[in-house]
Write a protein that binds this ligand. Sequence first.
Ligand code: NAD
Length: 427
Amino acid sequence: MTDVRTITERLGDPESAREEGRRKIEWAREHMPILAALDERFEAEEPLAGERVGMAMHVEAKTAALAETLAAGGAAVAITGCNPLSTHDDVSAALDAVEGVTSYAERGIDDAAYYRAIEAVIAHEPSITVDDGMDLLAAIHEDHPGLIDSIVGGCEETTTGVHRLRAMDRDGALDYPVFAVNDTPMKRLFDNVHGTGESSLAAIAMTTNLSYAGKTVVVAGYGYCGRGVAKKAAGQNARVVVCEVDPRRALEAHMEGHEVMPMREAAREGDVFVTTTGNRDVITREHFERMRDGVLLANAGHFDVEIDLDALDALATATREARAGVREYELPDGTRLNVLAEGRLVNLASPTALGHPVEVMDQSFGVQAVCVRELAEDGGEYEPGVHDVPDALDREVAGTKLDAEGLAIDELSDAQSEYMGSWDHGT
Ligand SMILES: NC(=O)c1ccc[n+]([C@@H]2O[C@H](COP(=O)([O-])OP(=O)(O)OC[C@H]3O[C@@H](n4cnc5c(N)ncnc54)[C@H](O)[C@@H]3O)[C@@H](O)[C@H]2O)c1
């Protein structure tokens, strides 16, 4: 058993923090109609009764709403952060006060404390895991394999986590079924594109108090997240340059009207750099040495490995905190480069960052909630490995959102269904 304390024990008597956290959660809930609808169904049917859900997610107001929905469904929930800089302590404290939920998440803890908090969640012996980046699942597989028999399955929220899971699966090392929540249309097409696009640019603007208009924004990686960042930056009157390694994605960026060039060239052009590759060493020493004075460097990929900060540290002759959330590195020739949020996910780890817009997370977390329900009800049907979310679940979430928005759509007639499903109607 681990000696890690809950956020409430650590903060003493955090009454005012709890109230502030509760207000944040209530605000988010107001704009989360999918979770509200699921709450009602979950409270009535208690599909998660008897389940212990372990979560390692960005602990802020929207995630708190998901944890509450799972608790409403009858689960005992234990949660911690999935990034030491994205936790909101007040939300964590408010969540810890909810019946059926225990929170260990705390902002700004070091790596050792971060992994101790993950251990604390594991000590609850989860029967279902919900991860954002796979750290909880990895710790269970590496250090607590004895628990795996009692785990029905897991859910993974983000691209990087799904990549890691698929690699584990290929090596035959993944010992329970996991839904790739990230890959569902209801998540990827909205959360990665619009969520990351809007919130990353908003976080950079709020942290620096600077405008995009007339600037050159370099976006590294034109996947789902990169598309969103590029589109929204163009919408704010920036010139957008895209760096890619995949020819089709590079072509797509070109056809969308963005400029495409290698990072070596883009390094000379950019005022703002945003990495969204999920890969390492995307901006390195050879790039730093070509950059202009005063550039902003931000990462929106899952891990803080996209901008090579060790190399920048070694290259710099001086460094200081230029502003909260902005570290300035001075190079030997006097050029100053500004790194935001220590190179971690800028939209979650900046001091003023709020993460994705609430509506977007309602969709992603709606998918999470129905996947947890599926695992509780039919987890035994799934073999160990990575699984696509069943399409019917994704459609259920889309339908719930359309209902909440008061939007109706057309229905296929029988003749149309038959036509779309047949191969013998030619010219
Ligand atoms: N900030 C957030 O809130 C947030 C939200 C969702 C996903 N993510 C993370 O963002 C990252 C990207 O997610 P995605 O869904 O866009 O993935 P994706 O796979 O759709 O896109 C990544 C793109 O980066 C390109 N790429 C890889 N290495 C590169 C390199 N060295 N230089 C240039 N391009 C390179 C790939 O070719 C690909 O097109 C992942 O780490 C994911 O976990 C962050």
